[in-house]
Design a protein around this ligand. Sequence first.
Ligand SMILES: Cc1ncc(C[n+]2csc(CCOP(=O)(O)OP(=O)(O)O)c2C)c(N)n1
Ligand SMILES: [Mg+2]
Length: 735
Amino acid sequence: MEQKASSARVSVSANDGPGSLSPQQLVEIYRLMVLSRRMDDREILLKRQQKIFFQISGAGHEALGLGAALAMRPGYDWFFPYYRDRALCLALGFTPGDMMLQAVGAATDPASGGRQMPTHWGSRSLNIVSLSAATSTQLLHAVGCAEAGRYFSRHPEAAAKAEGDYRAFRDVTFHGDEVVYASVGEGSTSQGEFWEAMSTASNKKLPVVFCVEDNGYAISTPVEVNTSGGNISRLVANFPNFYFAEIDGTDAEASLRAFEAAVAHCRAGRGPAFVHGHCVRPYSHSLSDDDRLYRSKVEREADALRDPLVKLRARLLRENVLTSVEIEALEHAQDHEVSEAAERALEAPLPLVAEITKHVYSEDLDPTSSAFATEQAAEPGTVAGGKAGSVPSSDPRTMADLLNACLHDEMRRDPRIAIFGQDVADASRKAALAEVKGKGGVFKLTSGLQREFGSERIFNSPLAEANIVGRAIGYATRGMKPVVEVQFFDYIWPAYHQIHNELSLMRWRSNGQWACPLVIRVPIGGYLTGGAIYHSQSGESLFTHIPGLRVVMPSNALDANGLLRTAIRCDDPVLFLEHKRLYREPYGRAPYPGPEFAIPFGKAKIVRPGADLTLVTYGALVPRSLQAAERAQREHGIDVEILDLRTLNPYDWEAIATSVRKTSRVIVAHEDMLSWGYGAEIAARIADELFNDLDAPVRRVGALDTFVAYQPILEDAILPQPETILKAIVDLKAY
Ligand SMILES: Cc1ncc(C[n+]2csc(CCOP(=O)(O)OP(=O)(O)O)c2C)c(N)n1
Ligand SMILES: [Mg+2]
C-alpha cells in the first residue's frame, strides 16, 4: 500500500463528545468528501477516455461513509464495505493512489492486483476484507468475523502460530472490544443473506454495525419495490439486542453521531447496531446506466439539493468556517492530489499474464505434497479418540467411525477448529446434555464433539445453508478453521453462491492477500433405498468446475480418515463429499490409523490391478466396480484395473495415464448423471492426450439423465449398478 496521502485520518472522533463539530473538524470532513467526489469525477473522465474500464461512484454517500469511518478504528476494527464506500475507505487510510491503481487495473493495485473492478476494496493492513460484486454476501462474512474475534479474545491461546499446517500462514490479530462494519444499499436488503446475517448477529449479540446506505434506488428499481412499505428500518425493528438509528445520511455530523453511538453499543458487548442512512445518488448507478431513463426530472433535481457536498459547503459558508475563496483553494488542492494519483497510476506496471493462475490455490502449502504423505508411516494399533476410541483400534471401523475419530483428533490438536451446521451438536440445551445421549448430526458424524470440546467450538447453526458457509468464510479470514457440515448435498444450493462467488475466489481476487481455508463436509449420494429425489443427489462436477476449491470423495474408511485430516490441515477450501451409503457399509472398514495419518490430495489408488481394461471411478461406484470386475474375471476372463480417484480436484492424471497406457481400454464410471458429469472431462482428456494409446473409444458409465426416484425399482434403474458396469466392461473389451 502507498504512503498515506493527505487523506489521512482526521482528528474527529467519539472523544469529541456529542456537541457540534469544531470548525477544523468540519473542514477536514469536507476535504475528504471533496476528495472522494473528485476521485469519482476523475475516474468518469478516464473511463470516457477509455483509460479505465469501469466506474461506479460513491457520490451522495460520502457523509454516511465518513461518519462510519471516523467513529471506528482502522486496522483495529474490521470492515466489510460495499462498492459505494469510497469516502469511508479514504478516511480509513486507502489513498487516492491506491484507488487509481485499482481503476487502471495495475499490478500494484493493493486490493486485487488488477483482478477486480475498481471500488472492490481490500486491504490487509486496514482490516478491509476483500469484497466481491455480489450484493449482501459479505454481511455473513462480517458475522463470522465478529464470532471469530470473540472466540480469539476468549481463547487467546488459539491464536498461537503452529507449524505443519495452515496455521503457519494464517496470522491472527484480535482485540476484545473490536467492532465489525458491514454495509449495503437498501436494494440489497432484499437478499436472504441480509436477513440471515441480521438474525445471527442479533441472536449471538455480535458487535457488528450494519449500515444501510439508502439512496432510494437499486439501479432502476425504487425502494418501495424492493422493500415492503418502503422503509427497511420499520421491517427490522423487532430484532432483539440491536441499537437502531435512522438518520439523514447526507448530514455528516448526524452520521458521525449515529455511528459513535452504534460503535459504543457494540464495543460494550450489548449487541449489533443498525444505522439506516437516507442518502442520495446524484449520478446514475454506474457509468453503464443512465438514470434519466427511469427517474423524473423533479426527482433528480430534489436529490441534487440534498447532495452532502452541497449541504456541507453551504454550512461552512453560513457558519463562516471558510470563505468561498478558501473553499476553492481546498477543492483545488484535492483536484491536484487526484490528478497526481491518476498520472502515477497510468504509468504503473500492468499485471503479468504469466501470473494469471497465481493464488488460485495456496502458494504456501500444497496438499498434494509429501508433507501429507504419512499414509505409509501410520501405525495402526493406537487408540482413537471419540466414539472410535472406546474400542481397540485393531477392530475394523466404519467410515462414519473414522471420520468422527479424525474430527476428535484434529479438534484436540488444533484449538482453531470450530464445527457448526444443522443438528451437529449433541444437544443445544445444556441442561439436556447431562441426561441425553446426544444427537451429533443426522448421520451421527459429529457425535460426542460438543461433549468433549464445548458448545463454543461445536454448535448448531440456523437452518440456512448460506448462513453456514458465509459465516465460515468470515471465521476463516480471521485465521480460524471452520469444519462445517451441510446436512445433505441436496440442500447445498442455497450456499452455492457463497461457495462459487466467495469461498473459492477470496484468495485469487485479493491477489493472495486474503484466504479462507475451511472444510465443508457434505453427505452425498443415493443407493439408500427411499432417499428419493431430495436425499440422493450427486452433482460433484458443479463443484470441480470451480477453480480454487478442492473436492474430495473417499470410498472407504481409511481414505476418509486420512483425506479429512489433510483437508483440515491444508490451506485451501475443501468440499469433502461423504457418501451416505458408505458410512456404515461392511465394505472398506479399517482399523483406526492413529492421529497423524494423512493422505495427500491428487493421489489415486489402484484398488484392483488388472491388465485388460482400466476403470476410473470414485465414491460408491468403487465397491460396485469391484463387484463388476470380479464377475468380468470369473465369467468373461477380463482382467480389469480399478482406479479410485479419491480426490476429484486435484485428480491424479498420472495414475490414469499410466494405467490407460498399460491397458489401452478405459471406462470412466460415476454415480452422477452421465451428461455433463465428472466423467465427461476425464474422458475428453484421455481422448485428447492418450489417443495413440487407445485400442477402443473411451466409455462412460453414469446415472440416467433424470432424478433419483423413491420407488426402489426406479432407483435401481436410474443409478448405475454392478451389472451396468459389467456390461460396459464386456462391450468395451469386445470392441
Ligand atoms: C447478487 C447480485 N445480484 C445482482 C447484482 C447486480 N447489481 C449490482 S448493484 C445492484 C443494485 C444494488 O442496489 P442497492 O443495494 O440499493 O445499492 P446502490 O447501488 O443503490 O448503492 C444490482 C442489482 C449483484 N451485483 N449481485
Ligand atoms: Mg440503493
